[in-house]
Design a protein around this ligand. Structure first.
Ligand code: URA
Length: 209
């Protein structure tokens, strides 16, 4: 079964408070999302594998550890996921970035894929799918379906704020995908917004309305 991790580090919680506050403008919102994404990336990469190398310090030879070079991929779900990419790349700059775009069909209300561009070596990479909001879970499930269909085997999902409904839907659909969250909120409202949430993440990131 998928594991759910809520990162309650004080720095993450502090920054998230200002992200949520409606008085926070676009510039600060964007910078704070970037900073929280970096902090979350630090936690989410805790299980990266290491290998031993021999080096010489100015004092003596020693065996020490370096990353074993596992290939990573970051997949923002368009468009709000883009706001989390640079913050993650600060810690894993060699990661490749793919994009998945989905829109909601007005009749079926189901997410429909309109854009997919992934690194060519999908099978060999460990992926982090990112979207600031896990609301109904529909987009996350569909984006991960899309990645798996193209051969991805190791996938994590990372968001800032999640609704319990979305977490359940994602866990059910993808029990092999662990979920990393900065805050688990109360519920979804009738318009599909997370309560208390932070509003429309895409609009707040890009200054649209
Ligand atoms: N998407 C958002 O941007 N905000 C929500 O609250 C839910 C979905």
């Amino acid at each position: 079964m998928a594991k759910v991790f809520v990162f309650d580090h004080p720095l993450i919680q502090h920054k998230l408070t200002y992200i949520r506050d409606k008085a926070t403008g676009t510039k600060d919102f964007r910078e704070l999302v970037d900073e929280v994404s970096t902090l979350m990336a630090f936690e989410i990469t805790r299980d990266m594998s290491l290998e031993e190398v021999e080096i010489e310090t100015p004092v003596s030879p020693m065996k020490s550890k370096v990353l074993s070079g596992k290939k990573m991929g970051i997949i923002p779900i368009l468009r709000a996921g883009i706001g989390m990419v640079d913050g993650i790349l600060k810690l894993i700059p060699a990661a490749k970035v793919g994009h998945i775009g989905l829109y909601r069909d007005p009749k079926t209300l189901k997410p429909v894929e309109y854009y997919v561009k992934l690194p060519s070596d999908v099978e060999e990479r460990d992926f982090i799918v990112v979207d600031p909001m896990l609301a109904t879970g529909g987009s996350a499930v569909e984006a991960i379906n899309s990645l798996k269909k193209r051969g991805a085997k190791h996938i994590k999902f990372m968001c800032l704020v999640a609704a319990p409904e979305g977490v359940e839907v994602l866990k059910e659909a993808h029990p092999d995908v662990d979920i990393f969250i900065a805050a688990l909120d109360e519920k979804l409202n009738d318009h599909g917004y997370i309560v208390p949430g932070l509003g429309d993440a895409g609009d707040r990131l890009f200054g649209t309305k």
